[in-house]
Structure formats: structure tokens, C-alpha cells
Ligand binder design. Sequence first.
Ligand code: IPD
Ligand code: CA
Length: 279
Amino acid sequence: MRKEISWLQILIQCRSNIQEQIAPLLRKLDQPQPNLGIGAGGDPIKKIDMVAENAIVNTLRKYEISFTLISEESGAKEYGEKVDECYVTTDPIDGTTNLMRGVPFYATSIAISTKPKLSKVHTALVADLFHGITYTAQKGHGSCRNNQKITPSNNVSLEDAVIGIDLNSYKVQRIVPQLTALIERTKHIRHFGANALELCYVADGTTDAFIDIRGKLRTTDVAAAWLIIEEAGAIMTTPDGKPLDIKLDPGEKVEFIAAGNHEMHKTILSLIKPEKEAK
Ligand code: IPD
Ligand code: CA
């Protein structure tokens, strides 16, 4: 890797290249998209994700970086020689369904780590591709939204709170009873459809919390947002309040409670029932 370029600059270059590469595939970004053909996995909505992934890989290779790619799209792949020194964990497009339907809420998520572990992520970017808003974080240096430092919400009252809950699951019989007490007490419940970006909303105080206990979200979706949350000073743990130290692997799934501050986090934990008590 060329020394004079920082990881942050490289990730910003990745974002710009993604925007450039996906643009010819799209109609106006806020409209339903044309049929984009069948992607490698035989899934009709995946071609755009692959184009975005290729834009990331090509950018990193241009900077002569060797790395292991951990991607929602093509799994784990090695590029170059010293592939165990740098891990690039990405969901090239988070919120593909939104993008395809013309819902203006989707993002690129890229995390760089020295090991395939969440705790080893040192640089992260989540870019809202529609609104031109880019969240970044570097370990020990805080988190930014379009280069301005961000801090989470200090709201501690569920009555005023805006809380995101991902209920997008066939397992509603398991998760809804666990969440009923929280939903009953919260004034505003949301789910926008791109979890990486929804976590960044917690990091900058746009919302007060975001919860996903489905056991279905891939670690590729949270790797970058986790550092953005941590560096902003917000909290993100397992549903029973433990640190989230997960393996970064395309097959690994994650459940979490993210909140703007300790008190809100504690309140949410106290209201979520463990699975065995929620029958
Ligand atoms: C999806 C989004 C969505 C969540 C799904 C994810 P994708 O990511 O984050 O909000 O409910 O579980 O798979 O598939 O658009 O990358
Ligand atoms: Ca995706």
C-alpha cells in the first residue's frame, strides 16, 4: 500500500467509484429501477451489488493493497499476497430492496480490520448513496458525518424516543413477544430498511436506538457501523448486554441492541424479554 494515502481517503475513493459505476445501471435514483438482469447468485436484484463490490475491489487493487475480502455478495476472497494482514468487510449495497423500489434509503458499508474480528476494525465508512451523506470513523479519533464530528442522543425517555426495530423476519412468533413491552412504551417505532445506515442514525442522534434480535443479520452489514457507533460514544451490545465481539465472516449472524446512551440502553435491555420467558 502506498504510504502517503490514508485508509479513510481510500474508502472515500471506493464510495466515489461505486457511485460512478452504479449510475449507468440506474434510472433516476428516487424511482423504481429497471430490471437489472440476473446476478452471479441467480438472484435478479444482485447485479447492482456485484458492480458495487467490483468498484471496491478495483479501487483497493489500484492502490496495490493485498487483502481478504469478506463480502455479503461473493463471500470470502483473497487479493494479492499478504492477505492475512488486512480484512475488508463489506456490504456493497445495504438496502438493495429500497434501491430497487425507489425508496431513497440505501448505503455502502466498508470496514477495514487487521483480523477478521469486529474488535479489530480500525477504519469504517457507511455512505448514504442517495443523500450524499458519508459517515466515517477511525479508531481513537471519533466518528464524523460529512467530516463533522457526531455525538449520539442524550434522550433517556421512551416517551420521546424514536427507536428502530427490525421486525423483517418470518420468526415474528419468537421476536414479537420479546419486544412487546418495549413497543408498548415507545412513542415512535421505525424501520427504514438498511441496517448499516440505521445504526449510523443512532451514532449521530437522529434516532435514539436500533434493535435487531432476529438472528438473521450478517456481520458484513454491521462491521463498519459498529466502529461508527463506538467512536461516536453510543452503545452496541448483544441482547443480553455483552460486548459484541463477533467473527467477521460472510456466514456469521449477529443480534444487537444499539442505543445513544447508557441509560437508554439499560432501559431497553430491561424491557426485552429473553426468548425462554417470552412464550
Ligand atoms: C438488508 C437491510 C434490511 C434488513 C435485512 C438486510 P440488504 O440488507 O439491512 O434492513 O432487514 O436483513 O439483509 O439485503 O439490502 O443488503
Ligand atoms: Ca447487500
